[in-house]
Design a protein around this ligand. Structure first.
Ligand SMILES: [Zn+2]
Length: 101
């Protein structure tokens, strides 16, 4: 978790608290702009059960353990960028293939 990500989470949290505090005003404003009608039309025409199932399946397939971010993606486990071998020692060379990390 980087510093920028923490700042973004904090800003989203503050914004959501302000939104929840003024939920009636926000709801009235949305109704005034006819957003609920638009959303209902979109849901009825494009978000059928089949479409939602396909979207969820694609999301599950997209998130794989070896996703972008390379060898420092998953917490404590370090992996060799060349052969993807799990690095147990703290050295700067891979014990499997000998490449520099
Ligand atoms: Zn290696």
């Amino acid at each position: 978790m980087t510093l920028n990500l923490r700042k973004l989470i904090l800003l989203i949290l503050i914004g959501s608290i302000f939104l929840m505090a003024n939920v009636v005003v926000v709801a009235n404003w949305l109704a005034e702009k006819r957003v609920p009608e638009l959303a209902q039309t979109v849901r009825e025409n494009y978000l059928t059960g089949t479409a939602i199932t396909i979207i969820v399946a694609l999301l599950i397939l997209l998130v794989s353990p070896k996703k972008a971010g390379g060898n420092k993606a998953v917490g404590l486990v370090r992996r060799c960028p060349v052969c993807d071998h799990v690095l147990l020692s703290r050295g700067s060379y891979c014990s499997e293939c000998g490449s520099k990390i």
